[in-house]
Design a protein around this ligand. Structure first.
Ligand SMILES: NC(=O)c1ccc[n+]([C@@H]2O[C@H](COP(=O)([O-])OP(=O)(O)OC[C@H]3O[C@@H](n4cnc5c(N)ncnc54)[C@H](OP(=O)(O)O)[C@@H]3O)[C@@H](O)[C@H]2O)c1
Length: 332
């Protein structure tokens, strides 16, 4: 048997206040296969995806949780071409593989970027999953080019994804950006992240029309349930909407009169179904340049540690509340 490492995961889906909902374990250090890096994990961040997995998915024994990570490459599998041992990296991993809440993790180089040199591991770990999501929506689904203009509405603007949509839209386009944020502190944060106007999600149609009388060209929707009629009212003809949540039974017909394009974004589609595609590697490299140039900043707002089951239960409880601003980070 090879070397062992500490990891945090779960053995059965349980409420987060149950001490068994996340547990510490000793497991073998994984071995990198072709195109994979072995990374010593220095920091992770917690996403709603981690919470949904912990609450719902069969762990098949013991499952290590965690998607986002920042760390150091300590070994390479065969045929790795983009990284050498010692490189500092950040990545969001694959939801169908052992997670990042561990001493070490293997990850395919096609979904890894060099960590921005100007920020530490904790700040870097806040970024990958939400950056990939925001980037794929803006520059892939919406097809926005640097300098494009128009009006973008971001629902949940102070959340993990919203914060990155705002920053990337401001850094790489000339869009006018509207964002929903319901509390004083989330409004302050969304404004810092780049929102030109804060609008009220409980009075969406009127508050959007108050600042954008002709409506909006693009909507980013992390909270779609109950919003389709509102979107139909504020979107412009031939506008685009990207949804990232799981609103079962959604009726999209109200969007037909305006010929609206509805995009589903799942940031794990490329890692799982197109593993040879280096698009996410490239976008993380471009984002690192934006961070190093001071055009995009880390969205870490809460830092916890050390990385163990007790700390991760605390982090999950915060993210489960759906009230977090920016990102919750856990450092080793
Ligand atoms: N498909 C993908 O690839 C992908 C990627 C990332 C995330 N997601 C999903 O997207 C959703 C959001 O993720 P996230 O990380 O941005 O979440 P988050 O960080 O937990 O979002 C929390 C923020 O959203 C606001 N909020 C809470 N409930 C809301 C509602 N019903 N309507 C509008 N705003 C609300 C809150 O601020 P205020 O209440 O103060 O406004 C809070 O600041 C989750 O379901 C997540 O699983 C999907």
């Amino acid at each position: 048997m090879g070397d062992l490492m500490h990891a945090v995961g779960y053995r059965k889906p349980l409420p987060v206040d149950d001490p068994e909902s996340l547990v510490d374990a000793e497991v073998p250090v994984p071995t990198p296969a072709a195109h994979e890096l072995l990374v010593r994990v220095e920091a992770i961040s917690v996403n709603p995806a981690d919470v949904k997995t912990r609450r719902q998915a069969d762990p098949h024994g013991f499952r290590i949780l965690g998607n986002d990570a920042a760390g150091v490459v300590v070994a390479n599998g065969p045929n790795v071409s983009r990284f050498v041992v010692g490189d500092e990296v950040y990545y969001a991993g694959r939801i169908d593989r052992p997670g990042s809440a561990a001493g070490y993790q293997v990850v395919n180089e096609n979904i890894v970027g060099h960590k921005p040199a100007s920020i530490d591991f904790g700040d870097a770990a806040a970024l990958p999953l939400t950056t990939i999501t925001a980037w794929e929506i803006l520059f892939d689904h919406f097809g926005l080019q640097p300098g494009d203009a128009g009006t973008l509405l971001v629902i949940g603007a102070a959340g993990g994804v919203g914060s990155m949509v705002l920053q990337l839209a401001r850094a790489r386009t000339r869009l006018t950006v509207l964002g929903t944020a319901g509390r004083g502190e989330s409004q302050k944060w969304a404004t810092e992240m780049g929102a030109h106007h804060i609008v009220d999600r409980h009075d969406l149609v009127d508050s959007v029309h108050a600042v954008a009388p002709d409506g909006v060209d693009y909507i980013v929707s992390p909270f779609s349930r109950g919003n389709i009629d509102n979107y139909a009212a504020v979107i412009r003809p031939f506008g685009h909407i990207a949804a990232i949540d799981e609103p079962t039974g959604l009726d999209l017909l109200p969007l037909k009169p305006k010929s609206v394009a509805w995009h589903w974004e799942l940031m794990f589609t490329r890692p799982i179904l197109l593993p040879e595609d280096p698009y996410q590697h490239e976008l993380l490299e471009k984002t690192a340049k934006l961070v190093n140039a001071g055009k995009v900043r880390s969205t870490a707002t809460t830092r916890l540690g050390p990385l163990n089951a007790e700390t991760l239960r605390d982090a999950h409880a915060r993210v489960e509340s759906s009230a977090t601003i920016g990102k919750v980070v856990v450092t080793r």
